[in-house]
Design a protein around this ligand. Structure first.
Ligand code: FES
Length: 66
């Protein structure tokens, strides 16, 4: 698969890895996770409560009360 048929994978700095879907993702425990989304955000920080998928937990929390 090359050129126009190549699947695009985009690494977001300090964020997830975006993969063109649909995907089947196998984690280190052998479990297969599937997603039919057009673009799938794969967690690269391990903080996601929906791991292996990103839930935006990688974002730094910014206090707005001060
Ligand atoms: S990369 Fe977004 S929660 Fe881990």
């Amino acid at each position: 698969m090359t050129g126009q048929n190549a699947r695009r994978v985009t690494v977001v700095p300090n964020g997830p890895v975006l993969v063109e879907g649909p995907v089947e993702l196998v984690t280190e425990d052998g479990v297969t996770h599937t997603s039919d989304r057009f673009v799938v955000a794969v967690c690269a920080c391990r903080r996601s409560k929906r791991y292996p998928f990103c839930d935006t937990s990688h974002r730094k929390r910014v206090r707005t009360d001060g």
